[in-house]
Design a protein around this ligand. Structure first.
Ligand code: XIL
Length: 379
């Protein structure tokens, strides 16, 4: 087919999106430090190829971090929409649709919101010479002093304030992110660091969806999670939760599969099975955070990747996008969003192993098209 821009190749089937880091859409972007952690000079953010790639190849965008609650909800009546406004402006200028990620999540929520007096909780000082010991669930719970009623008010205020400002600009909203526990595939609790479930109880999920329906009447309302395509028990846990929510008339209409996968796993057939399972329930599916890691385990040491490995990655992307096309033509899959633009700034360079460069996206560290891009733009 060979169209100029990636999204054009899939235009009749699904939107192709990317998560964008702040420097891409914020012309005033700067960092408070002068060097990278390993002592190198910072890049000249104004002139990176990522900006142009992001504006040309995708017809859907989402902020990688700037629309998370900790960035936006700075205090009780203190909202910071600076970056979110810039994201929306960038998308409008480029004719792109825009997603909101995310409204309720156990991670990247501001600490003040769980405190009765709205005080930000001092975080333990990080000492680079000692291994980082995360606080225990008990220590976290001890700092949750806000009442259920007050936290509900704060959450409701957040959802409606964001909706008031952006309801006409946002095509879909991740209302609840990562609410399934990896331990038993039931709802995440404080044992898995959910302060929302600790204080509000399990029905915070349905409340958030009802509020989101009023606040974003035109947007698709998404429940988003990882490893649903990777772990059968986890997707069945999500299915069980959704059955209850749908029976109660909760306005969730879309399942978001994050799809942080790797070059070998999971098999394409399992991805198809996952999409179809939710399709059969009458739900739409979107892929919200895809990348294909070159590593298949935490244990693998960092290495340079061979041309053959990059070809293998390209084949893997292609076979999965073929599956996406079929599922879109069945009317289930609607969007596919990649979690980043170039390999240089992928979060996978530091996750799950810090400082282990990965190469999971379609453009290399210099912004050059990788074999995976070539494959995806030519079938
Ligand atoms: C990640 C970002 O990519 C990082 O920059 C940030 O430091 C942590 O969060 N699931 C999600 C995303 O829903 O918001 C996460 O994004 C990746 C996992």
């Amino acid at each position: 087919m060979n169209k100029n821009f990636l999204f054009e190749n899939y235009k009749d089937d699904f939107r192709v999106g990317a998560a964008l880091a702040g420097f891409i859409y914020d012309d005033d972007f700067s960092l408070p430090w002068k060097k990278t952690p390993d002592g190198k000079d910072l890049p000249d953010f104004k002139n990176l190829p990522d900006k142009e790639i992001a504006s040309k190849h995708f017809n859907l965008i989402v902020a990688e971090n700037d629309t998370k609650m900790e960035h936006v909800y700075r205090g009780l009546n203190d909202f910071n929409f600076d970056r979110a406004d810039k994201l929306v402006k960038f998308g409008k200028k480029n004719g792109q649709d825009i997603r909101w990620h995310t409204l309720v999540w156990h991670s990247q929520s501001p600490d003040w919101i769980f405190d009765a007096d709205c005080k930000a909780q001092p975080r333990p000082k990080w000492d680079p010479n000692k291994p980082f010991v995360p606080p225990t669930p008990e220590e976290i719970a001890a700092k949750c002093t806000v009442s259920k009623e007050e936290l509900e008010r704060r959450l409701q205020n957040y959802i409606f304030t964001v909706g008031d400002r952006y309801k006409n600009d946002i095509c879909s909203v991740d209302v609840v992110n990562e609410c399934i526990s990896d331990k038993n595939f039931k709802l995440r609790t404080i044992e898995d660091y959910s302060r929302w479930s600790l204080i509000l109880g399990d029905d915070y999920i349905e409340k958030a969806f009802f509020w989101a329906k009023d606040a974003f009447p035109k947007s698709n309302l998404v429940i988003n999670d990882y490893n649903l395509e990777m772990i059968k028990g986890k997707r069945e846990g999500m299915r069980d939760l959704l059955e209850v929510l749908l029976r109660k008339g909760v306005p969730v209409d879309t399942v978001g599969l994050q799809m942080h996968i790797d070059i070998k796993n999971p098999p394409v057939a399992e991805i198809a099975e996952t999409i179809e399972m939710f399709g059969k329930m009458g739900l739409r599916v979107i892929v919200t955070e895809m990348e294909v890691s070159m590593y298949t385990s935490r244990e693998e040491a960092r290495r340079d990747f061979t041309a053959a490995e990059l070809e293998e990655q390209a084949e893997r992307y292609r076979s999965i996008f073929e599956c996406f096309r079929q599922e879109a033509r069945r009317g289930i899959l609607q969007d596919v969003v990649l979690w980043g633009v170039t390999d240089r700034f992928s979060w996978k360079n530091n996750f799950p192993v810090p400082n282990r460069p990965d190469a999971p996206l379609l453009f290399d560290t210099e912004g050059k098209k990788k074999p995976a891009f070539i494959q995806l733009s030519s079938f």
